[in-house]
Write a protein that binds this ligand. Sequence first.
Ligand SMILES: [Zn+2]
Length: 246
Amino acid sequence: MEIITDPPQRALVVTPHPDDCEGGCGGTISRWVREAGTQVVVVLCTDGGKGTSDRRRSPPRLAALRAKEQLAASSVLGAVETVMLGHPDGGLEDGPLFRSQLVREIRRHRPEAIFCIDPYRTTTHTHRDHRMSGQVALDAAFTYAWSYLHFPEQIAQEGLQPHRVREAFLWGTESPDAYVDISNYLEAKADSLLSHVSQFPDPQGRRARVGTAAAETGKAAGLPFAEGFRRIRFELDTAAWRYLHA
Ligand SMILES: [Zn+2]
């Protein structure tokens, strides 16, 4: 168990639906942007067009509304850019298109750290888009983005360069091992989350739950309020890495 004290200069957040990243790492992002000057890019994978139980809503209209809500939430977080990939809600696939899109964003923004949902669970289940987004984000960073030989058209035709991500922070994990104290950022987290107005019919109740959940998470780290992650450090100190970065 560790308390994270070394924020990255650049981070890329891969969120399957509007509102997932705010709930998972909104306090940490808010803190790092404000205190460490971390440059944060949010990559929204789906359009969130099926995120309702209201039969009167049509997916295209809901997607348009949720895009606006995401921009408002990203503004609260302090993100420098929000990239919307526009996959259909519930239709995210681990295929060449989605992989190439995440590799492209990693190569464009060159983050030291990525944030994504932990795709691997053993005792609970999660939304298919959550699994797909987490798995492809990790593969994009660890398998593809650093190699000239993967998606070489991005290098030959788009002027991008390979990039090696240093580490990943996985939210929604069953086994957090790294924590960030968000005691001063509960309001920012709640404000970013509640920017997704269409998703929260009881905003005051949801705001209160942000605090109770952060207090519960903090117990494991001896912090009053925290977000917890599984932290994966990529194996950078290898011969191949030194060769690529010589
Ligand atoms: Zn979601």
